[in-house]
Design a protein around this ligand. Structure first.
Ligand code: XIL
Length: 388
C-alpha cells in the first residue's frame, strides 16, 4: 500500500499579490510589535503569564536537545510549563523494524526531563497515518492490524500511564480529499479496519491511561478557506459521532501551523464560532502546534518578524477568547530548532531566498523576537479561565 503525500500542504500563492497583502497587514497595525524584548518580559516567563489565566504554555522538545543543547534547554525551563516530544513518541520513529520492537530511550529521555523539571508532558501521538511502521502495511488482514494497533497503544500509553496530561490518540484523522461523505482519512487505518478504528483506539487509550485527556489533533482547520471549512465540518461530525456513541474523547487539538503572508485569510469571528461549537460538545481545546512560516514575507528581518508576530497576535487574540481553550503549545521555542527552518515542511513553505525562516518566539541565538512580545500580549489580554 503506498504511503500518501504528507499533510500541511498549501498551494503556492502568487508572490506579488501576497507581498502586497502582507505589507498592507503591516501597515494596519503590526508596527507596535517591533519593540525588542523589554525588561518586564525578560523576567516574566510565558508559562507564568499563561498560568495566571488558567492556561498551559509549552513547546516541543527533542531528546538530542536535552542531551546536547544546554542553553536551549535552559530557555525551555524558563519559558515552558509543558513539553511534548517532537518526534520521539511517533510509532515509526520508535520502531526498529519489526512488530513490538520499539526503542523507548529517546522518549524516556523526554519523559524523565519533564518529570525532573516538574513540566507537564503531552503525548504525541499514538496513531498517525504518516508515521506508521513499514511492516504495518504488509499485515495481511483485519485481525492482525487490529492486534498491532491495540498492542501499540497498550504499550506506549501504558508505559507512561499517569504521566501524560493529554494524548493525541489519532493525529490528523480527517481528509476530505479522500472522498468519503464523512470526511475521514482513508489511509492507513481506516482502509482495513473501517471507521471503527477510531473507537477502538480511543477505548484502548482510555484503558491504558485512564487519567490522560484524549485528544483528536487536526490541521488546517483555523482559516477562512473552503477546504478548511470542509475539514471543520468533518471534524465536528466526527466529534459528535464520538460523543454520541460513548467513544472517550476529551479535547480537540488545533495544530495551527500558520503562514504570515499568502496563506488563506484569517477570520477571527469564524475561528471563535468554530471553537465555540467544539466547546458546545463538552470538549476542551488545545492549540497544539502553533508556528508561523514566513515564506512569502520580505527578507528584511524587522519587517518579516513583525508580520510573523502579527499573525501570532491575531490568531491568539481570537483563540483565547474561547474559555474552553486551555493550552497553547508552540511547535518549538527558538528558530534554532524548528522543522520549518530544517525544511521538513511541505516545500511550498520554504523560502526561496537564502534567508533562514524565523517562525518561533525566540531567534536562533535564543533572543526574544516580536513574536514573543505578541504571545506575551495575547496572554495578558486573554480572559481568565478554569484550568483544564
Ligand atoms: C513534524 C516534525 O516537526 C518533523 O521533525 C518531522 O520531520 C515531521 O513531523 N503535524 C504534526 C507533527 O502532527 O507531528 C509534525 O511534526 C508537524 C505536522
Amino acid at each position: 500500500m503506498p504511503r500518501t503525500t504528507p499533510p500541511w500542504s498549501s498551494s503556492a500563492p502568487d508572490r506579488r499579490r501576497v507581498m502586497a497583502a502582507g505589507l498592507a497587514t503591516l501597515g494596519a497595525g503590526a508596527v507596535s510589535l517591533l519593540s525588542p524584548r523589554g525588561s518586564a518580559a525578560a523576567t516574566v516567563a510565558l508559562r507564568k503569564l499563561a498560568a495566571d489565566k488558567g492556561l498551559l504554555y509549552g513547546t516541543t522538545i527533542a531528546a538530542a536537545q536535552i542531551t546536547g543543547d544546554r542553553p536551549f534547554i535552559d530557555l525551555v525551563r524558563q519559558e515552558a510549563g509543558l513539553v511534548v516530544a517532537e518526534n520521539e513518541m511517533k510509532w515509526q520513529v520508535m520502531n526498529r523494524g519489526t512488530p513490538g520492537d520499539d526503542e523507548y530511550g529517546p522518549a524516556d529521555t523526554v519523559a524523565t526531563f519533564a518529570a525532573a523539571n516538574s513540566l507537564v508532558l503531552r503525548g504525541h501521538n499514538l496513531l498517525w497515518y504518516y508515521r506508521t511502521p513499514d511492516w504495518f502495511f504488509d499485515l495481511p488482514d483485519r485481525a492482525e492490524q487490529e492486534r498491532a494497533v491495540l498492542d501499540h497503544i497498550e504499550q506506549l500509553a501504558g508505559r507512561y500511564r499517569g504521566r501524560i496530561h493529554s494524548w493525541d490518540v489519532i493525529n490528523e484523522p480527517i481528509e476530505p480529499k479522500d472522498g468519503r461523505p464523512d470526511g475521514l482519512r482513508t489511509a492507513v487505518f481506516l482502509e482495513t479496519l473501517g471507521p471503527e478504528y477510531l473507537d477502538l483506539a480511543y477505548h484502548a487509550a482510555r484503558d491504558a491511561d485512564p487519567k490522560a485527556r484524549l485528544v483528536v489533533n487536526e490541521y488546517d482547520v483555523e482559516l477562512d478557506a473552503p477546504e478548511q471549512e470542509t475539514r471543520r465540518v468533518a471534524l465536528l461530525h466526527l466529534l459528535e459521532r464520538m460523543r454520541g456513541s460513548g467513544t472517550p474523547v476529551d479535547a480537540v487539538g488545533i495544530q495551527a501551523h500558520l503562514t504570515a503572508v499568502g496563506g488563506p485569510p484569517f477570520s477571527a469571528p469564524l475561528l471563535r464560532r468554530f471553537l465555540a461549537e467544539i466547546a458546545g460538545l463538552g470538549l476542551t481545546i488545545q492549540i497544539t502546534e502553533l508556528d508561523v512560516t514566513d515564506e512569502n514575507a520580505p527578507a528584511d528581518v524587522a519587517v518579516r518578524d513583525s508580520l510573523v508576530a502579527d499573525t501570532y497576535r491575531r490568531f491568539l487574540d481570537a483563540a483565547l477568547d474561547e474559555p474552553a481553550v486551555k493550552m497553547v503549545v508552540t511547535w518549538g521555542l527558538s528558530d534554532r530548532h524548528s522543522w520549518i527552518v530544517r525544511h521538513e515542511t511541505y516545500q511550498a513553505k520554504w523560502r526561496t531566498d537564502d534567508a533562514a525562516s524565523r517562525p518561533l518566539p525566540f531567534d536562533a541565538d535564543l533572543e526574544a523576537k516580536p513574536a514573543f512580545e505578541a504571545i506575551v500580549r495575547a496572554f495578558e489580554h486573554a480572559p481568565a479561565r478554569t484550568a483544564g
